[in-house]
Design a protein around this ligand. Structure first.
Ligand code: GLN
Length: 491
């Protein structure tokens, strides 16, 4: 019998729908895999064994009763621990939320359940999604299945590593500056940041509200599209949710899989195709661009002159918004409370709770953001960064008058060794050099495996106009059909 954990979500859903495997068998196979490898990978913070088996048996019962099943029914999914799950621990990778069991499901999780997917558990992440390596998790790092001495990217390293380790065929991440696409790139998996507002933030622990975007992670482009379709679309509970249907990403992925890109115009971002990336990454990227040309795409160079300011603008906007969002962790409302012995004031308890509950990177961002927003500095920092954001958006708008989508490497470097960049925050921030512009603009981006450098995966990023998510799926699926597969060494 084929190992169920090696199959794609689309294949697993087919087996379940045809009755060739039960959802319970599929789920048990993935739970067994987690037991076998997760002590080395540490992708999961919490595994909901009983909940998963119950959900799987419910799908099997519906099938037995002849009820219609959705396209992902019975397929396991792992969820980044930044999305609330009713009654199931949700930490956002932080000690300050240790022990908190939310009283409600996030919209994404509610839709996953409605689609008949089986939630295996919650995945590891950098604290409050601040980081690029998962080393800033309060619960210890996740390891990259390609090389356990290396990082799996971040902040959603758990969701990406769980895919590469075959612990789950699908997972959910959140992308504020690259936290879905960058882990996808360095683990050889597919990661999608949908259009901002195309997926609901209701129940997403907020980091930077004008940037945060939940999205799908998978091992194939089609699987990511199926998951995107299941979780996307308007949500009245999120005031920034776009009241429009999800672009037809599944049809686009299927169209792209034919390997024909005739009539598609792609722009290589000049500022991201030269120096700034490792030579191995650039070589893999250039080879992938040649492949896209052979598939029929017309490829031109496009200049986006303000992209070079995206990183500094992001590191003012995101910390500013986080300093406001994290004010809710006051030692009163959620999780941890320190020093409440009856003799201390509210301020003292709040301060002791934050001192013990927040890690160094979170504290750095709160301090930075509070400073940037303070009166007297607001115009010079936050206001200026917002103007840069407008210029970056204009770069995108101008570029999309010339081409259908933009391409670049997803990340400047392949997975680095654990510990290599923790001493210098700026070195860590550079991981998102190429992914941040889409977040500032609000458009969608996908990372798809495009090659190897020194035996480690390299991702190609496709960026599309807002609400044209389908375009990037077509391009990514075409590339996928022509290169690879890229499979990590056995664990
Ligand atoms: N690595 C970036 C940061 O540290 C992006 C994080 C994210 O997308 N959540 O802020």
């Amino acid at each position: 019998m084929t190992d169920l954990t090696s199959l794609s979500a689309a294949e697993l859903a087919g087996l379940v729908a045809r009755g060739e495997s039960s959802a319970a068998e599929v789920t048990q196979a993935h739970l067994d895999r987690i037991t076998a490898v997760d002590d080395r990978v540490h992708a999961f913070l919490h595994v909901d064994t009983e909940g998963a088996l119950d959900a799987a048996r419910a799908v099997d019962a519906r099938r037995a009763a002849g009820e219609p099943l959705g396209p992902l029914a019975g397929v396991p999914v792992a969820v980044k621990d930044v999305l609330t799950t009713k009654g199931i621990p949700t930490t956002a990778g932080s000690r300050i939320l240790a022990g908190w069991r939310p009283p409600y499901d996030s919209t994404i999780v509610r839709r996953l359940r409605a689609a008949g997917t089986v939630m295996l558990g919650k995945t590891n992440m950098d604290e409050f999604a601040m980081g690029s390596s998962t080393e800033y998790s309060a619960f210890g790092p996740t390891h990259n299945p390609w090389d356990l001495s290396r990082i799996p990217g971040g902040s959603g390293g758990g969701s990406a590593a769980a895919l590469a380790a075959y612990e789950t065929p699908l997972s959910i991440g959140s992308d504020t500056g690259g936290s879905i696409r960058q882990p996808g790139a360095v683990t050889g998996t597919v990661g999608v940041k949908p259009t901002y507002g195309g997926t609901s933030r209701f129940g997403l622990v907020a980091f930077s509200s004008s940037l945060d975007t939940p999205g799908p992670c998978a091992r194939t482009v089609l699987d990511a599209a199926l998951l995107h379709e299941a979780i996307g679309g308007h949500d009245p509970s999120d005031s920034t949710s776009i009241p429009a249907p999800v672009p037809d990403v599944v049809a686009a992925a299927r169209l792209g899989a034919s390997g024909d890109l005739a009539g598609v115009r792609l722009g290589v971002v000049r500022e991201f195709a030269g120096e700034g990336a490792e030579p191995g990454v650039l070589a893999a990227f250039r080879a992938a661009v040649d492949t896209l040309t052979k598939l029929g795409a017309e490829v031109v160079e496009v200049s986006c002159p303000h992209f070079q300011y995206a990183l500094p603008a992001y590191y003012l906007i995101a910390p500013s918004e986080c300093s406001s969002n994290l004010a809710r962790f006051d030692g009163v409302r959620f999780g941890l409370r320190v020093g409440d012995d009856g003799n201390r004031s509210l301020e003292e308890v709040m301060s002791a709770t934050r001192e013990a509950g927040f890690g160094p990177e979170v504290k750095r961002r709160v301090v930075l953001g509070t400073y940037a927003l303070s009166s007297g500095y607001y115009d010079a920092y936050y206001g200026q960064a917002q103007k840069v954001r407008t210029l970056i958006t204009r770069d995108f708008t101008t570029a999309f008058e010339q081409v259908d989508a933009l391409v670049s490497p997803t990340t400047p470097f392949v997975a680095f060794p654990v510990g290599a960049r923790t001493a210098d925050p700026y070195q860590m921030y550079l991981a998102d050099l190429f992914t941040i512009p889409s977040n500032l603009y609000g458009g969608p981006g996908i990372s798809v495996p495009c090659g190897l450098a020194d035996g480690l995966p390299v991702g190609l990023q496709v960026m599309a106009p807002t609400m044209a998510d389908d375009r990037m799926y077509r391009v990514a699926a075409a590339l996928e059909s022509a290169v690879g597969p890229f499979t990590p060494p056995a664990l």
